[in-house]
Design a protein around this ligand. Sequence first.
Ligand SMILES: [Zn+2]
Ligand SMILES: [Zn+2]
Length: 112
Amino acid sequence: MSFYQEDRPKQKRFYSSKRWRACRDVYLSTHPLCERCAQAGIASTAEHVHHKIELTEANYSNPMIALNPDNLEALCFECHRKEHHGASEVGEEYFFNDEGELVRREEISAQG
Ligand SMILES: [Zn+2]
Ligand SMILES: [Zn+2]
C-alpha cells in the first residue's frame, strides 16, 4: 500500500501555486504552534499546514476546501506524520518535503 498516490499532478501544481503558498504563510503566521501539541499542553513549532479534508483532484480547485482556514490545521512534523499514517510506524526513510508531501529519503538521495 502506498501512502500517497504517485500521480497527483493537479494537486501537486496547487501545492506549488502562489495562492497556496500565500495562504499557508498567512496561516502559519497566525498559527505558529502545532495545534495538536498545543491541545496537549506542548509548544511545538508548526511546520506544515494540513488539509483536514484531503485535497483530491475533485476538490483542490475549490477555495472553500483548498484555501479555507477552517479546513486547515497547523501541525508539527510529528503530528502531520501521525495524521497521515496513524499509529503505524513510518520508517525514518520517510519525510515531508517543502510541499508537505511525504517522500522517501532514498528517492532524494538517489538523485545525489
Ligand atoms: Zn504536534
Ligand atoms: Zn496533511
